[in-house]
Design a protein around this ligand. Structure first.
Ligand SMILES: [Zn+2]
Length: 192
């Protein structure tokens, strides 16, 4: 799937907005991305996840071995679910407990099983790393990390290959340096 096609889908679903925004970090940006808005449409989520699997298959070919997909809750769950559908394997998730991701609900990772770690958006990659640690602590093998949008700008690095639909980082400014503020417009808070 071409980058322009992905951006078009993001805009059409209002997942990607253009304007003048104040982000939670306090920085200003001319774009705001809310991945859940594109993932609210299962048929689009499936299409995007198929494209990520195509990338994985193109690179790993017949060496790609996957017994399951695991996602950090909450944002990663629909991505993991659709990847599991495309790969024809189970999709499980890790969830927060006492501010730490844990595997609950009798979900199983058996020693030697190969897992793809799925996430919607990577920024610093902390939750993905926690999920990787859950797999390896049980003797599982992390086959790859699959994400829709990698906005880490290369800052998130893992020992495993990362497959993303899009590598993209919105431009941000300190409010004092924001060109839109300088033109007199006022930043708005996008829905979080
Ligand atoms: Zn501004």
């Amino acid at each position: 799937m071409k980058q322009e096609e992905v951006f078009k889908i993001f805009r059409e679903t209002n997942a990607l907005l253009s304007g003048h925004f104040e982000l939670r970090s306090g920085l200003h940006s001319d774009q705001f991305f809310q991945c859940a808005l594109v993932l609210q449409y299962p048929q689009i989520a499936e299409k995007l996840c198929k494209a990520v699997v195509q990338k994985m298959r193109a690179e790993k070919g017949h060496t790609l071995k996957v017994d399951g997909v695991i996602s950090p809750a909450l944002g990663g769950i629909p991505v993991g679910h659709e990847l599991g559908r495309v790969l024809n394997v189970k999709a499980i998730f890790a969830e927060k407990q006492d501010n730490k991701l844990v595997l609950r609900r009798a979900f199983e990772i058996k020693p030697g099983q190969h897992f793809v770690v799925a996430e919607d958006v990577i920024t610093r990659g902390g939750r993905v790393q926690e999920t990787i640690d859950i797999v390896t602590a049980r003797g599982g093998i992390v086959e790859a990390v699959a994400v829709l949008v990698d906005r880490s700008g290369g800052r998130a690095s893992f020992k495993h290959p990362v497959f993303s639909l899009l590598q993209w980082e919105p431009q941000t400014w300190e409010p004092a340096n924001c060109p839109m503020c300088k033109q007199g417009s006022k930043a708005v808070h996008p829905g979080s």
